[in-house]
Each structure stands twice: as structure tokens, then as C-alpha cells.
Design a protein around this ligand. Structure first.
Ligand code: F6P
Length: 514
């Protein structure tokens, strides 16, 4: 692979000074540098990738064994080697089996759990499941953090146009303010509390769950549901097994919205819509497994990421959905991407020899335009942007808003690329331009499309991880802070801080509330 990396760098060096705009002298540029997957389109023509660079990037993917790693993942091989686990979130959205793990078809369990979720969601939505006082349940508080929160929170918001079920609130932060804010607008007699935690040991979630139990009072016995991979722990907490929705350890937290962790989404929009979301994910899986590499959307999105990170040395990438309902998507993708690919050692424990995951950040357009786009256009760092936009909005009576939204989205990618460099302008009015972006265009933000988008990004992260030779499915980097927090609790309460560094001692003193 070293030779290919070198050739890629030479390609970049050979074209220093070439403007992205000049690549459009080729009338085929858009046609040849965009990809369709069903009716979704990815345009990567506004990047500095030319035909030669693309060939080399595809060779890189081939040399890294992307196809065989992909097949190993879908076949249930234990590719998460540090945890000795298969990686099969794709099974949660698969139509038919068998999908084998340790010689067992996991699909009957997957289907059974999905049917239980649908039964529960229907019964709650049509009032058959009642609160402790016999009245209806009209609100849900979902407690979880990281992958047990970001997916359902993003999903409920994204599918707001389809939301016809109970009101759903989310509590994740251990900061008591989060539970206090969510619960002060809710009625404990009318609320179902979902405790979502794969391990059922996460300190934030368990602390919030205990608080919720007290808040529910008489309703606690019948108005709590658990979602977890640890049935022993949910039983210990006191939730009866018929109100526990389980999932296997081969579903990573940040990949878990497709199964029981997605229950808040199903409660909000109903099982049928949730199944459409799964179908969208499945359609992207089919595309990822069968489209040739050069026409494979997750592969090409990953290769633009590799180009920008490793060849252009750009340290971050911005995710900019021009879709208010996707406003939680940047936070969701932050975990998906940065927890997966923020790694420094390879699968064989060697230090990685390339830069790995970039900082992922962003905000919904057009709000971001009035906040940080100044830096995108005139700052000293180049930040590749990933725009997302629907052909049609979800508010038919407000179509004129959507026209303006589209115009703004297209204006930004064009402005970033073209810039404004006229000699007559004062320097502060000049825009250097030549700043790359990709645009994902979809017909409308339906459950199906949301499924496509999430699966697209999952596979993109996977392909980048394969090229870097890292394990995208563990997250050991979060452990040290968790351990230290546990050890610090007695010190925060006043125990002797001897042995701590001067800064930590000083801060403990400053934070002593007496
Ligand atoms: O922050 C680390 C992490 O393990 C994430 O990977 C996970 O999504 C989150 O904590 C929550 O974990 P759990 O679902 O076990 O509570």
C-alpha cells in the first residue's frame, strides 16, 4: 500500500495550484464524479479528486481488502478482535437469514424481538398499555447515553413529520439539570420511562434511572422498561423480563438504533414507519455489498474522506444537513465516526502509520451560515464540507421555504469552490475558494431515506477504518476517564487528595461547596 500512498501524494503535489473549478472543463465531471444508490445521489465533483487520484484511491481500497473485510463483517466473523465479537448491526435490518454467529442463526431472535417491540409499541400507542392508575400513557422519557441515546434522539427528531405517538423526551447527562428539565414538563402518572443501556452499568444512565424510579413513585413498578444486553443486571434493577428488550453483544452501542435501542423511535412513529427505516438501511447494505467499488456510495464517500484526511491533511470535516430535522445528525455522526475511528493502533497492535479519524462536527444549515461559515470561507484551515439536502421538504404548505433552503445549500458549495478573488477587492473581501465539498441529495426525509443515510455513514466509517487497518468497533479510549471519575468521587466529597497532581488538588479545593 505504501506505493499507492506515495503515488496519491505525488498526484496532489503535481497539481498544487490547480483549482477545483477547472476540473469542470471536463463536461463529464458531474456525471462521472457522482453516484446513485436507489434515488439518493452523492456528488463528489466539487473535490480535488481527479481521474488518476480516484483510480489510486480505489487501488488503495482494493489493497486494504475492503471487499473481503466487508464480506467477513456481513458473514458474522469476529472482526471486532479486541472484544472477540462479531459486528452484525446489519442483521437487525436484514430481511431473511440465515445470519450465523458461532454456528447459530441469529435471525429468529432478531425477528422475535422486533415483533415484541412492535406489539409493545402498538399496545402503548393505542392505549392498551396503561399507567399504574389505569389512565393512558402519553409521554415517554428515554434514559441512556452515547449510542443508547444519540441514535433514538436523532431518529425521533429526524422523523418528526411522522410523529403521531406519545411525546418523547431524552435524558442522557449525569448533570441533574437534564433529568430535572425533562421531568418538570412531564407528568409521572402519564409517563413511561425507558432505561436504555447495553451494559446496564453506565454510571450516567443508572444514576438517572434511580432518580426516575423515585420520580415515578407508584408508577415505577409498571411504567419502566429496560433495553439491554445484560438481563441479569436488568433483573437486579427490578425490571421484569417481559418488560426487557434484549440484544446481542454483536450490536455495538453506536450501531444499535436499528434494534430495541430504537424503541423510542418506534413509539413515536409506529412500527410500520420503523420498518421502513430498517428497509432503507437494508437497501444501503445491498448497495454496499453489490455495487462495483467505483460506483459504491459508502466506498466513494470513504475515499473522499481518506483523500481529505491523509492526502490533503485536513484535520476536520463538517457535516452540514440542510434539513432542520437532521439537526441532531452531526452529534450522532460524531460518536459513530470519532468513537469508531479515533484510534492509533492497528489490528496487529502496531502504531498506525497514517492519520486516522478527523474531528467531525457540524450543524444544520442555514443556522451554521450565521455562526461558523465565516471560518469555512476565509479561515486559515480548509474544512471539507458534507452537505445534505432533500429535493422536497416535508411541509407542503411551506414549499417556498424549501426553495430558499436549496438555494442556500447550493450557494455554499459553489461559493466555497469558486471563491471571489478579483484584484480590485480589499483583502478582507476576498474569498480564496477552492474549498472542497460533497453533497448528498435525497428525494425527501422519509423513514426509508433516513435508514439509507445512517447505513451509508456506518459503512463509510467502516471502509475508512479498513484502509487505516484499525478496529472501528471497540472504544477502549473511553475507559480511563470512567475509572478516574469513579476514583475521584470520594475526593469530591472531601477525602484526602494527597497523591493527586497540583492542578487536580487545586481544582478540588476550588470546587469544594463546603
Ligand atoms: O462512552 C462509551 C460507551 O460505551 C459507548 O460506546 C456507548 O454507546 C455508551 O458508552 C453507553 O453505553 P451503555 O449502552 O452500555 O450504557
Amino acid at each position: 500500500m505504501e506505493t499507492i500512498w506515495r503515488m496519491l501524494r505525488s498526484n496532489r503535489a503535481a497539481h498544487t495550484g490547480r483549482r477545483i473549478l477547472s476540473l469542470f472543463d471536463d463536461p463529464q465531471r458531474f456525471k462521472d464524479f457522482s453516484i446513485k444508490a436507489d434515488d439518493m445521489l452523492l456528488d463528489y465533483a466539487k473535490t480535488s479528486i481527479d481521474r488518476e487520484a480516484r483510480e489510486l484511491l480505489l487501488k488503495l481500497a482494493e489493497a486494504a481488502g475492503v471487499e473481503s473485510r466487508r464480506d467477513a463483517m456481513f458473514a458474522g466473523e469476529k472482526i471486532n478482535i479486541s472484544e472477540n465479537r462479531a459486528v452484525l448491526h446489519t442483521a437487525l435490518r436484514a430481511k431473511d437469514g440465515p445470519v450465523m454467529v458461532d454456528g447459530q442463526d441469529v435471525m429468529p431472535d432478531v425477528k422475535n424481538t422486533l415483533a415484541r417491540m412492535a406489539g409493545f409499541a402498538n399496545a402503548l400507542r393505542n392505549g392498551k398499555i396503561k399507567a399504574a392508575d389505569g389512565g393512558p400513557i402519553t409521554e415517554v422519557i428515554s434514559i441512556g447515553i452515547g449510542g443508547s441515546d444519540l441514535g433514538p434522539a436523532m431518529g425521533v427528531k429526524a422523523l418528526g413529520a411522522y410523529h403521531d405517538g406519545p411525546k418523547v423526551r431524552f435524558v442522557s447527562n449525569i448533570d441533574g439539570a437534564h433529568f430535572a428539565e425533562a421531568s418538570k414538563r412531564a407528568d409521572p402518572a402519564r409517563t413511561l420511562v425507558i432505561v436504555a443501556s447495553k451494559t446496564f452499568t453506565t454510571i450516567e444512565t443508572m444514576t438517572n434511572a434511580e432518580t426516575a424510579r423515585r420520580w415515578l413513585g407508584a408508577g415505577a413498578a409498571s411504567q419502566m422498561v429496560a433495553i439491554s444486553s445484560a438481563p441479569d443486571k436488568t433483573a437486579e434493577f427490578g425490571i421484569p423480563s417481559e418488560r426487557v428488550f434484549g440484544f446481542a453483544d454483536w450490536v455495538g452501542g453506536r450501531y444499535s438504533v436499528w434494534g430495541p435501542i430504537g424503541l423510542p423511535v418506534m413509539l413515536a412513529v409506529g412500527p410500520e414507519r420503523f420498518f421502513e427505516f430498517l428497509e432503507g438501511g437494508r437497501a444501503m447494505d445491498q448497495h454496499f455489498c453489490h455495487a462495483p467499488m467505483a460506483e459504491n456510495m459508502p466506498v466513494m464517500l470513504a475515499l473522499t474522506g481518506i483523500w481529505h484526511r491523509n492526502i490533503c491533511d485536513y484535520p476536520t470535516r463538517a457535516v452540514l444537513p440542510y434539513d432542520q430535522r437532521l439537526s441532531r445528525l452531526p452529534a450522532y455522526l460524531q460518536q459513530l465516526d470519532m468513537e469508531s475511528n479515533g484510534k492509533s493502533v492497528t489490528l496487529s497492535d502496531a502504531p498506525v502509520n497514517q492519520l486516522t479519524g478527523p474531528v467531525v462536527w457540524g450543524q444544520a444549515g442555514t443556522n451554521g451560515q450565521h455562526a461558523f461559515y465565516q471560518l469555512l470561507h476565509q479561515g486559515t484551515n480548509v474544512i471539507p464540507c458534507e452537505f445534505m439536502i432533500a429535493a422536497k421538504g416535508s411541509e407542503p404548505e411551506l414549499a417556498h421555504h424549501h426553495d430558499l433552503l436549496k438555494a442556500n445549500c447550493l450557494a455554499q458549495s459553489e461559493a466555497l469552490m469558486r471563491g471571489r478573488v478579483s484584484r480590485n477587492l480589499r483583502p478582507y473581501r476576498k474569498f480564496p475558494g477552492n474549498r472542497p465539498s460533497v453533497t448528498l441529495a435525497y428525494p425527501q426525509l422519509t423513514p426509508f431515506v433516513l435508514g439509507q443515510i445512517i447505513a451509508l455513514y456506518e459503512h463509510r466509517v467502516f471502509v475508512e477504518g479498513v484502509i487505516w487497518g484499525i478496529n472501528s468497533f471497540d472504544q477502549w479510549g473511553v475507559e480511563l476517564g470512567k475509572e478516574m471519575a469513579t476514583a475521584l468521587v470520594p475526593l469530591v466529597k472531601g477525602a484526602d487528595a494527597a497523591g493527586k497532581d497540583g492542578s487536580t488538588q487545586g481544582l478540588l479545593k476550588a470546587l469544594d461547596a463546603g
